[in-house]
Design a protein. Sequence first.
Length: 134
Amino acid sequence: MSASATARVRWRRVILIGIAAEFALILVIIPVYFLPNRMAAINMAIVPASFVVLLGFGYWAARRAPGRFALHGLLTGVTAVLFYLAMPIIASAFPGAPKPDFALLFSPAYLLAHTAKLVGATLGGMLAGRAAHG
């Protein structure tokens, strides 16, 4: 096997960048929250925003990887999705906090957005691999 095929996953990098990607996505979506029909606007914006933001962060996570670039991107996307799902569950543990709205967490728009995160981050990793190889 080649060195790039057996390269280790840079877990710390993947996890930190995946979490940063989710925070960045939140920052991108905040202005949409203030539009008149906020939920409809968010549902329309979240899928393309998820793809574009995670494309960049997947690239960032994979660009210094020793190999397995697409895997680094994909794992960055998985981290972002898991972090998104964990945030309301963790927040609900605090006194007076609302319970997580699982209907929203797993609504069709957000399932599509999670898929867009995975695809965007993986594509970002693949682009980083192409850049590294010439």
